[in-house]
Design a protein around this ligand. Sequence first.
Ligand code: FES
Length: 284
Amino acid sequence: MVLQRLLERVEKTGELDRAGDPLQRGVRATLPRRLKDLLHGVGLGHPLHPVAVQLPVGAWMSTAVLDALPGTERAATILVGVGTAAALPAAAAGVTDWSEQSREQRRVGLVHAGANMIALGFYAGSFAARLSGNHRLGRTLAYTGLAAAGLGAYVGGHLSFRQAAAVNQAEPYLRQIDDGWHDVYGWDELTENRPEVARIGEVPVLITRVGDKVTVMMERCAHQTGPLGDGEITEIGGAACVVCPWHGSTFRLADGAVVRGPSANDQPLLRSRVVDGRVQAALP
Ligand code: FES
């Protein structure tokens, strides 16, 4: 609870922006778009960062077990080296996601990254100590690094589960839609590849006519609930797509697939059909 309260204060600590804002601008300006998409996890189905951290965390946790056993110095050294090397791409994916998060999330993200950078420093030191034959020092540094990584993991949990960073933020809207078919729009009122916004109850949806088919997708962006109804329509790879006006996530209108980040999640679609000239939609 103490840690949670501290993190809630961090969310409101504007002084962190003095370091965070220039870093965010730097990350956004430096990385080419294709690399950013790769690091966000576009095409993977969800963000890359939580997948990429499995290797360093697994290696470092295994090191902690081996360090408690006799005669395991060589294996522990290899694991520390593997974990330390694997932490670099995991960090790159995390920083790329961080650069497109809300201000409050970025403040907490700085603490998350700081704890993990400290952990990485301890593990790099541990690796160097082990290579030079000082396994006692290597073990001490590794256990200290594990404590820092544990703190980083706790803060990462706050980011993911309390602040909903990098989750599909369009999904909760699905749960506000009742079962059954809902009348949403007139088929004849739709123009090819020009989406219209309608509501099912209180939930906004985006309706698009693509050829003789119709798609109905959630209108609030999977990344951070930006209004796709205000987004530009563009063509990528021969397919019409909608570009979120907030951070540029781009979704194919025909199936909701994300084709450009920062969202790594597809935009949820509803089932749709046309009955007596009216478009109807239902939960998938
Ligand atoms: S809200 Fe961030 S890209 Fe849509």
